[in-house]
Structures are given as structure tokens and as C-alpha cells.
Design a protein. Structure first.
Ligand SMILES: [Zn+2]
Length: 199
């Protein structure tokens, strides 16, 4: 052994094959600043090594034994080079998913370190709406709105639990509407939007 320790990350086996296919599929994507097209992130986690390969178009290939396991097939359609609209839609869906995750009480407690509260879910969603995709704004039921006759309506007047239900019911319906507009194929998000709390 030399005095200097080395850390080496490798991509091999089924992952190497997937990476080859990914590189082939993205060979026409623009070159990045440093001349390459791909960046690689290796993240050791308690569950294994997570490897992310990111193309300049914004598409990402996830490898490693961290998420779905090495047996998962290469998904040609979902891993296609991204257009600008694809990227915007993905940002919208990612943001929607972030908010939707908070519906799960256990996840909420894990992420926030306290019991699920309407005010925090609401504040979080409004924060995401302010800095994220503009469509998120349309999916939030705001605390106050105006009816057709310009009367002020208070939208959250129930218990914390009722308000949370109100928020997520509106949110899911609105997200689905937005997804339908561009025929989103994000089944995971669609399923989440169609599910009831605690299912
Ligand atoms: Zn690409």
C-alpha cells in the first residue's frame, strides 16, 4: 500500500451496457463547456451506490444498485434526448411530485421532523410556486380567491386535516389537468394524483 489512499468509482456490468446505449442515444446533443457531453455523479448512500449520468440536454440516466436495482431494463423512450418543452414539463412534474410527497404523513415527518401541518404544506407549495414552473401556481388552491362577482372567498375554513385534504384534492386535480395538456407519460405522478391519502 502507498501512503495515499485511492477512491475509485466504476461503472460496469449491466450499467456499462446501459451507459453505452445512453451515449449512443445522445450523440447529437450539444457539447458542454468542457467539451464533454456527460457529467457523472457518484453518491454512496446507505442503500448502495447511486450513479447519475447527466447529458447536456438535461436527460439523466440513473445507475447503481441504489434505486431499482441493476435488472431494470434500459428505457429508450423515457431516456430520449430532451427538448426545451420536455425539460419544462419535467421541471413542472418534479415540482408537483415534491409537493405531493408531503401528503404522506410518514414522509412529512421524516422530511420535516414534525407532524404534518397544513400551514407548512401550504407555505412549502407557495414557495415552490414562486421559484418553480409557473404552472405550479395554477395547481395551488390559495387561501383566498375571488368568485365571479369579485367576492372574497376563504378557501380553508376547516380543521387542519380538512384543509390538508382540500389542498391536495385541488392540487391533484389541477396537476392532472396540466399533465393532460401535453399528454404526459409520467405514470408515477399520474398514479399519485389519482390515489387517495394513505392508500
Ligand atoms: Zn442528451
Amino acid at each position: 500500500m502507498t501512503s495515499k489512499e485511492k477512491v475509485i468509482f466504476e461503472i460496469n456490468g449491466a450499467d456499462a451496457k446501459k451507459l453505452k446505449r445512453f451515449e449512443r442515444q445522445h450523440k447529437n446533443c450539444p457539447m458542454g463547456m468542457e467539451g464533454g457531453r456527460f457529467s457523472y455523479t457518484f453518491t454512496p448512500t446507505g442503500l448502495g451506490l447511486a450513479i447519475t449520468v447527466k447529458c447536456t440536454c438535461g436527460q439523466q440516466l440513473l445507475l447503481g444498485d441504489f434505486l431499482e436495482g441493476p435488472d431494470k431494463e434500459y428505457d429508450e423512450v423515457n431516456l430520449r434526448p430532451l427538448t426545451e418543452d420536455d425539460i419544462k414539463n419535467k421541471q413542472f412534474e418534479d415540482a408537483a411530485l415534491l409537493i405531493l410527497n408531503l401528503e404522506d404523513r410518514r414522509f412529512f415527518k421524516m422530511a420535516m421532523g414534525l407532524e404534518q401541518i397544513f400551514e407548512i404544506v401550504y407555505a412549502y407549495a407557495v414557495g415552490v410556486a414562486r421559484y418553480g414552473d409557473p404552472r405550479i401556481s395554477k395547481t395551488i388552491l390559495y387561501k383566498v380567491s375571488f368568485d365571479d362577482a369579485h367576492n372574497l372567498i376563504m378557501n380553508y375554513t376547516g380543521t387542519d386535516e380538512e384543509n390538508l385534504a382540500e389542498f391536495f384534492e385541488y392540487f391533484k386535480r389541477a396537476v392532472l389537468e396540466e399533465m393532460d395538456k401535453y399528454h404526459s407519460d409520467n405514470e408515477r405522478l399520474r398514479k399519485k394524483c389519482l390515489s387517495k391519502q394513505d392508500e
